[in-house]
Design a protein. Structure first.
Length: 76
């Protein structure tokens, strides 16, 4: 349970940093800022879109990523 909390805290911190800066108007982006998707550079991990660029994170050991709308859940 603590590992899930740590991952969620990391993800929420990343989302907070995403919303801290205003986005430039008409800026092309590869993804929608603040969205989270399963996949990325880590097996069973996820990505968080940060200003049009996906940033990869690993889920805690023993867990994997499950999609939940524009967000994810790392669970067993």
């Amino acid at each position: 349970m603590q590992s899930i909390r740590a991952v969620l805290f990391t993800a929420l911190f990343a989302l907070a940093s995403v919303s801290a800066r205003p986005q430039a108007p008409h800026a092309p982006s590869a993804c929608v800022s603040g969205t989270m998707t399963c996949g990325g550079n880590f097996a069973g991990g996820f990505t968080v879109c940060n200003w049009g660029s996906p940033v990869s994170f690993a889920c805690a050991p023993g867990t994997k990523c499950y999609p939940n709308g524009n967000y994810i859940i790392c669970n067993r």
